[in-house]
Design a protein around this ligand. Structure first.
Ligand code: EPU
Length: 429
């Protein structure tokens, strides 16, 4: 087990290339199950969630080649079968729930252990199940695994009680080969949903309305292989934009779709950060006084909950009081105790955090409790005086490709060190 050592206080400058979107990749890979010939996906990020999914598809008989140098995955689903996956790797990532929709859509049956992933408070999947049942599946929960079975899947009208990215995608996966038309109302509109619909359409599916709150799917008999390129990761882009605003002199965040990060650009400008938007990049200059702002996380195109934690770190460097409210998850504040350990003045009450700035942060020993908490602490470490030691890197590695290399390219001083046995015992407790 390694820890990340971060020497704070060095100004960052240069260009950082953004990888393919994690939250697309983890849905596109299971979607390939539905095809009857090889699906090739490129711009695949080199992150542990992708490796886990590749292994899961191999477990169910898929011929999967993951080429990290080329950022490409080739998935041949011809020999796949409805192998039950009640335990093991499925528990390690949240997105394993997409195996439910994809395997149900393809084999009319699946057994999938309840998913793991970041602990952000309760993360029910009732809307996914409601969708599968509406399509005609019988769904039971037996000893921590979801059993799905259908004689046939028939299109239906499904109104989501909660706007859910996962449920929207999972229902699309289960519905593309169902008989007749499925309509998903109150669907989520995130760019990753459009990306999945684009892949499915290239495979021969008939989907209209992805990216709006009503998606119509006309079921087809079969789906074929194709090639698809993943959209840029708007959350990785946002993370680098935030750290550029915090400590960047002139940082270009390249290979992005600026439209996908508009809510963040608006907030950075409100704080007096200079943001120059170009076709597929933004340039950020973090020099100068920053003013505190309030943010409220909302479904897309609102301010993304996945950037709330990194943004909180930035707000410790803004003058005045800032209020951060997370309306999506009620326990996404586990990074705050660690920020306090570094000297931040932050109070949490319910779903909100009140930040009083500006406070000089001091390097400290801190632990990432989840993926974006890790990103928040890396940013805090880069801003702090002295050295920060970050543990819990398994979370960060789930979602950020080549984090150290990208930061080193911007002039940061950051490196991994092996933890001693004593340190590992401390971290576990
Ligand atoms: N919800 C329900 N019932 C459901 C599904 C969701 O009540 O059946 C609630 C959740 O508890 C949450 C809200 O609805 O309060 C939104 O959840 P959603 O289903 O949209 O989240 P998700 O699909 O599980 C994805 C991303 C998350 C991101 C959220 C919100 C993936 C694999 N994960 O999760 O990403 O925070 O959408 O945008 O796509 C991350 O990347 O760090 C991450 C956690």
């Amino acid at each position: 087990m390694d820890k990340l050592m971060i020497q704070g206080g060095l100004p960052l400058e240069g260009t950082v290339q953004i990888s393919g979107a994690k939250n697309s990749a983890v849905a596109l890979i299971p979607a390939a199950i539905l095809a009857d010939s090889t699906v090739t996906i490129d711009n695949v990020p080199t992150i542990s969630d992708v490796e886990l999914l590749a292994e899961l598809l191999r477990e169910i008989g898929g011929d999967v080649e993951l080429d990290n140098d080329e950022h490409e995955i080739q998935i041949n689903p011809e020999k796949m079968f409805a192998m039950p996956l009640p335990n093991g790797r499925v528990k390690k990532l949240r997105a394993s729930y997409y195996l439910m929709g994809a395997m149900l859509g393809k084999f009319k049956k699946a057994v999938i252990g309840l998913p793991g992933g970041c602990n952000l408070g309760p993360r029910p999947i009732d809307q996914h199940i409601k969708g599968f049942e509406a399509l005609g599946a019988k769904v039971t929960n037996e000893q921590g695994a979801i059993y799905l079975r259908a004689d046939e899947l028939v299109g239906a009208k499904i109104y989501l009680d909660v706007v859910s990215v996962g449920a929207t995608i999972n229902i699309m996966l289960a519905a593309v080969k169902a008989k007749g038309q499925t309509i998903i109302e109150n669907a989520a509109k995130e760019p990753e949903i459009i990306d999945v619909a684009t892949l499915l359409t290239n495979m021969g599916a008939r989907i209209k309305g992805a990216g709006t709150n009503v998606i119509r799917i006309d079921g087809v008999e079969s789906l074929h292989g194709c090639r698809h390129s993943i959209i840029p990761d708007r959350i990785e882009a946002g993370t680098y934009m935030i750290l550029a605003a915090a400590i960047g002199q002139r940082v270009v965040v390249d290979n992005i779709i600026p439209y996908h990060v508009e809510s963040l650009i608006a907030k950075l400008r409100e704080m007096n950060v200079k943001v120059d938007v170009r076709d597929d990049q933004v340039e950020i200059c973090g020099i100068g006084e920053k003013t505190g702002v309030d943010i409220k996380t909302l479904v897309y195109p609102g301010f993304p909950t996945d950037l709330q934690q990194p943004f909180t770190s930035l707000l410790t460097q803004a003058e005045g009081t800032s209020l951060v409210t997370d309306t999506i998850y009620n326990a996404r504040f586990k990074h705050i105790d660690e920020l306090r350990r570094m000297g931040a003045n932050v109070k949490v009450e319910g779903r909100s955090a009140l930040i009083n700035g500006k406070t000089m942060l001091q390097g400290a020993k801190v632990k990432a409790s989840d993926l974006r908490a890790g990103a928040a602490l890396v940013i805090a470490g880069l801003m702090a005086d002295g050295i920060t030691e970050l543990t819990g890197l398994e979370h960060v590695d789930r979602g950020y490709e080549d984090l150290e290399e990208k930061l080193l390219g911007l002039g940061a001083k950051i490196w991994r060190e092996e933890m001693t046995n004593e340190e590992m015992d401390q971290v576990k407790n």
